[in-house]
Design a protein around this ligand. Structure first.
Ligand SMILES: Cc1ncc(COP(=O)(O)O)c(C=O)c1O
Length: 385
């Protein structure tokens, strides 16, 4: 049997990691030279940069004027935890999960906050029936399940006249998918995903009803300084103007501003979404043409356009996890795809980031390599047998 032939063309950028994700295609470190390093973030220049990050976020994501946007500590996790610890407990909570990050929020609500929560989960590849939830409870969910590649198809099932709050972890969805702001009361994300920013800070976006809850409800548990959004029953408005709770990285801020400029130049949110859609379509076409690989998402309407998760469908492969690892390792060794093994808690397979900073041409160049790595590993199995 002849060995599969290596493709001639390689992706220019082999970074397909699902976070931190590829930097913007025009990235150069020298472009961060305007960062006010070694200065107080409370100096006018620092404050202006932080405000520009908030304003740019509002502008590109189309966040309504009456929603607050804050830069908070500890990345997306910090923003989600802050929201959960500050808002939940006023009424019944519904916790929703269909992969490991959502499952993490469930654990926190049930085991740490000890809430009497209704827990709704679905297996990897599936999604919870979001239309069947009671939206007069507070509902916590993840828009795009980064580790299963399953996302909300839209927000139509969330009623506009709900009395509960919807708390949405949108870290691998923001800037890649349409987020229906009128259906979302809390939205969180971090910079290192679709915008290819640096990991450090979380973004916390609050609807007027979320603010109303914050100002009229005090949780039964203590809140550390790092989570506190109110003082004397009033929202700390400064947080939403760039007066961060503690010291931010101005280098990370500068990098986020650069990514926002890139996004603006591209044509804003529609252009970012189009790039993700085109990227995911390359993989869809590849799966359609090859019966040995399939999207983990069972319903194409819920298939992610950022964290695309794939499984090998050949049942005769004896150890699926070892096989998938070997394929990912082979691609990494060739320098054509870095970090594309499935997430540690997810089913065996591959996860290929298709966010806006990834070039479609690089995905197109990667597909023949996937074919090569699969057949090379398959041949190695046959030889070993
Ligand atoms: C859906 C989701 N939630 C939360 C996180 C954690 O994000 P961070 O590391 O920014 O706290 C991730 C990271 O991949 C994620 O994909």
């Amino acid at each position: 049997m002849t060995d599969p032939v290596q493709p001639a063309k390689r992706p220019v950028n082999p970074r397909f990691s699902s976070g931190p994700c590829a930097k913007i295609p025009t990235f150069e470190l020298t472009k961060l030279a305007d960062a006010p390093l070694g200065r107080s973030h409370r100096a006018a220049v620092g404050k202006a940069k932080l405000k520009a990050a908030i304003d740019g976020t509002r502008d590109i994501l189309g966040v309504p004027d009456d929603y607050r946007i804050g830069i908070v500590p500890a990345s997306d996790t910090g923003a989600v935890e802050m929201a959960m610890w500050s808002l939940l407990g006023e009424r019944k909570t519904t916790m929703v999960a269909w992969e490991s990050f959502g499952a993490g929020w469930v654990t926190d609500a049930v085991k740490q906050l000890k809430l009497d929560a209704e827990v709704k989960t679905a297996d990897y590849g599936q999604i919870v029936d979001m239309a069947a939830l009671d939206y007069d409870t507070d509902v916590v969910f993840t828009w795009n399940g980064t580790t299963s590649g399953v996302r909300m198809p839209h927000g139509d099932m969330i009623p506009a006249d709900r009395t509960g709050l919807t708390i949405c972890d949108a870290t691998s969805a923001a800037f890649a998918m349409d987020l229906p702001w009128d259906k979302l009361d809390v939205v969180t994300f971090s910079w290192q995903k679709v915008m290819g920013g640096e990991a450090a800070h979380g973004m916390l976006i609050l609807s007027p009803r979320a603010v109303e809850r914050l100002e009229n409800y005090t949780p039964a548990w203590p809140l550390p300084k790092i989570f506190r959004l109110t003082k004397g029953g009033k929202l700390i408005e400064g947080i939403f103007k760039g007066e961060t709770i503690n010291t931010p990285s101005m280098l990370a801020v500068e990098d986020y501003l650069l990514a926002l400029d890139w996004a603006r130049d591209l044509g804003g949110l529609p252009a970012l979404i189009a790039r993700c859609d085109a990227n995911a379509a390359v993989i869809d076409q590849f799966c359609a043409a090859n019966e040995w690989i399939a999207n983990l998402a069972e319903d194409p309407a819920t298939a992610s356009t950022t964290s695309v998760c794939l499984k090998f469908t050949d049942d005769s492969i004896p150890d699926g996890a070892a096989f998938a690892k070997a394929v990912a390792k082979r691609l990494e060794a060739e320098g054509v795809a870095l970090d594309i093994g499935a997430y540690r808690d997810a089913p065996a397979g591959l996860r290929i980031w298709c966010g806006a900073t990834v070039e479609t041409a690089d995905l197109e160049a990667l597909m023949p390599w996937l074919d090569w790595a699969y057949h090379t590993e398959r041949a190695a199995l046959s030889t070993a047998a």
